[in-house]
Design a protein around this ligand. Structure first.
Ligand SMILES: Nc1ncnc2c1ncn2[C@@H]1O[C@H](COP(=O)(O)O)[C@@H](OP(=O)(O)O)[C@H]1O
Ligand SMILES: [Mg+2]
Ligand SMILES: [Mg+2]
Ligand SMILES: [Mg+2]
Length: 333
């Protein structure tokens, strides 16, 4: 099942980082810095990237890491206080870590994607994290432009199959041609639910019965066009807003049939980042679903840090994919 070196590494790393992120969320939820693209980054994002990068270096795997965050802003004087906070949380895992080491570990993620790479979103859904909603630690191994292993740590997802908050959180892992599985995130008490359970997408085939999942942030998608799409498909249920790749987990577990990332009106030329899609897409595919861009093309992870050859993302339980692509064409999305 999930016995390869790579899948065991991915699960252990996302669990460790997700539990630290959860600790940051309970003790210190605040926007630490604003990045060049005006997006927020928190102590949790930096700490999670430092921890996963350090674990990868220790693992002996020589595959480069492509991570979302960089330590450049922590290395300046204005970032010193944030760096101190980040170091405090990294020391809960690596007690002797120094601020300089923490910066170096974070910057291990600055590598360019080649034929083989790990890609990390240390906190996907940072805006959800700041609001106290869903977020995920997402880690995936890409080879030859295809995702081969993916793991998602979702501290606020109670069960994979429902979009509800709470509980001990959820971890998911998928291996190409090996299936997708989930279990509780925090198994420190190791109850019976620390066993892996197979993920299977929903069997719904009638487009009218589609439960749609979408971003909460209107700047990350196009809410008006999602409503048009729902009308074109005859969907009756209101789309459910959820931050992060936690919504990919819900789709993979059969708690929804479709998720769509439409291009926002203010950034129509936006291209998805590899770490925002890699882990979530293999989890859905290995649960029996289908993932393409808005034109029906497969996601191509061999084009650098972005999915430069793809426009947006459409993921479904497979049964509804062609109907969704037809509706996307009909509304001109
Ligand atoms: N204009 C845009 N269109 C689509 N996605 C965007 C975007 N601006 C930022 N994002 C991405 O949307 C991700 C969150 O997705 P969602 O809205 O589904 O939670 C962010 O990940 P981070 O939170 O890791 O930065 C960010 O990379
Ligand atoms: Mg971000
Ligand atoms: Mg992200
Ligand atoms: Mg992120």
């Amino acid at each position: 099942m999930l016995s390869s070196t790579e899948s065991r590494f991915a699960v252990d790393a996302v669990c460790e980082a997700a539990l630290v992120a959860r600790r940051v969320q309970s003790e210190l939820v605040t926007e630490a810095l604003t990045k060049g693209d005006k997006s927020p980054v928190t102590v949790g994002d930096f700490a999670a990237q430092a921890i996963v990068a350090r674990r990868l270096a220790e693992s002996g795997m020589t595959v480069p890491l492509v991570g979302e965050e960089s330590a450049a802003d922590l290395r300046c004087e204005s970032g010193a206080a944030t760096l101190e906070q980040v170091t405090h949380f990294v020391r809960t895992i690596f007690p002797t870590a120094t601020p300089a080491e923490v910066c170096d570990w974070i910057d291990c993620g600055a590598r360019e994607p080649g034929d083989e790479y790990w890609t990390l979103d240390p906190i996907d859904g940072t805006k959800g994290f700041l609001r106290g909603d869903q977020y995920a630690v997402a880690l995936a191994l890409v080879q030859g432009g295809r995702v081969m292993v993916g793991a998602l740590g979702c501290p606020e997802l109670e069960k994979a199959c429902e979009p509800n908050r709470g509980g001990v959180g959820t971890v998911l892992c998928a291996v190409r041609d090996g299936g997708a599985y989930w279990r509780d995130l925090d198994v420190s008490g190791c109850s019976p639910s620390c066993a892996w359970r197979r993920l299977q997408v929903s069997g719904v085939t009638d487009p009218a019965g589609t439960r749609m999942l979408r971003s909460v942030e209107k700047g990350h998608t196009n809410l008006g066009a999602i409503d048009h799409l729902a009308n074109a498909m005859g969907v009756t249920a209101e789309p459910v807003g959820m931050d992060s790749q936690a919504k990919y987990a819900v789709l993979a577990a059969g708690g929804g049939e479709m998720l769509v990332r439409l291009l926002s009106e203010d950034r129509p030329n936006y291209r998805e980042m590899v770490w925002d899609q890699a882990a979530g897409s293999i989890v859905i595919e290995e649960a029996g679903g289908r993932v393409t861009d808005l034109d029906g093309k497969p996601l191509d992870f061999a084009k650098g840090r972005t999915l430069a050859a793809n426009r947006g993302v459409l993921a479904t339980n497979g049964h509804l994919h062609d109907a969704a692509l037809a509706a996307l064409r009909e509304i001109g999305a």
